[in-house]
Design a protein around this ligand. Structure first.
Ligand SMILES: Nc1ncnc2c1ncn2[C@@H]1O[C@H](COP(=O)(O)OP(=O)(O)OP(=O)(O)O)[C@@H](O)[C@H]1O
Length: 290
């Protein structure tokens, strides 16, 4: 059964008594979805992305269902004892390709990003932008189920920026989930299935008033769609959480005040989704006392 990447009550702080950078994070990342994470400097975006990428572990809570993941960090280590082509070929082999296939894939990605002329340049001698192209190529080469991009466009020239946007669109269409941070609000504008703002150590889904989300009753909706079908983007945007119970069957929770919007998104999708059940969300505190 396909599993979605889930963060359950995740918190992260640095040091034993450090302030909580993130706390109480609940997030489900469905295959093929594009998620934007935004927020002012120092609020915890990179911390969240490192947790999603598996480069860091939560201080509390659980992360489950992570698919094969590739990550472009905010700062890519450049002082590696490889040429650009040698480094990417090596990584391709780590990902299971033969030497020849890895070298071809490495060359193709360098070419796509306009970095072919520097293929045989030692990484330590590359300009900032050229080494960023290698950082991006190493992540795309891995053919991941989850791609995590932390300001991956920073330092790229115009053509390479457009190429990375194209590569993201190709990947999401192929079922890869992509989570990204970028300080340019025009980046992939209109494309994300959901945008979250990191605020006060929590995540706020854009479009949702800060005070309205956790308050009030919630409704659980179990829906069925075509096997392997993606939940409609409007439904993902409206839902507070989503969990795939069996292939094609999902349980969504939504504040009761938003349930009409969610149902409309599901029933007007093409093909429409079948609503199996609808009822109050069980309260886990009450359940555990029974
Ligand atoms: N390894 C670390 N050790 C200690 N504190 C850290 C560490 N990494 C991040 N922090 C702290 O956690 C907070 C969030 O940092 P983070 O880099 O996640 O923010 P950000 O939203 O990505 O910032 P920016 O937009 O500037 O990249 C900051 O106060 C930062 O100083």
């Amino acid at each position: 059964m396909r599993r979605d990447l889930r963060l359950d009550n995740v918190g992260r702080r640095y040091g034993l008594r450090g302030p909580w950078v993130l706390r109480g994070i609940h997030l489900t990342v469905l295959p093929g979805t594009l998620i934007r994470v935004e927020g002012p400097n120092g609020t915890g975006k990179s911390t969240l992305l490192r947790l999603l990428a598996g480069m860091d572990a939560p201080t509390e809570g659980r992360i489950t269902g992570r698919p094969r993941t590739a990550y472009v960090p905010e700062r890519f280590p450049t002082a590696l004892p490889f040429t650009a082509l040698g480094y990417l070929t090596h990584l391709g082999k780590v990902h299971g390709l033969s030497h020849l296939a890895a070298k071809r894939a490495a060359g193709d990605w360098l070419d796509r990003f306009g970095a072919a002329p520097y293929a045989r340049t030692p990484m330590a001698q590359l300009s900032k932008g050229s080494s960023q192209k290698v950082a991006v190529a190493q992540a795309l080469l891995a053919e991941p189920g989850l791609l995590v991009l932390d300001e991956a466009w920073t330092g790229l020239d115009t053509d390479a920026r457009a190429e990375l946007e194209r590569a993201v669109a190709e990947r999401t269409a192929g079922g890869t989930a992509v989570v990204f941070v970028d300080h340019d609000p025009r980046r992939l504008a209109g494309a994300p299935d959901a945008t979250y703002t990191v605020r006060d150590a929590g995540l706020q889904l854009r479009g949702e008033p800060a005070s309205a989300e956790p308050e009030g009753p919630r409704v659980a909706v179990v829906v069925q769609g075509p096997k392997g079908g993606r939940l409609p983007a409007d439904a993902i945007r409206t839902a507070a959480s989503a969990e795939e119970l069996t292939p094609g069957t999902h349980r969504l929770t939504v504040p009761a005040s938003h349930s009409d919007t969610l149902l409309r998104a599901l029933l007007t999708a093409r093909p429409p989704w079948h609503v199996v059940s609808l009822g109050p969300q069980p309260n886990p505190d009450l359940e555990s006392r029974r």
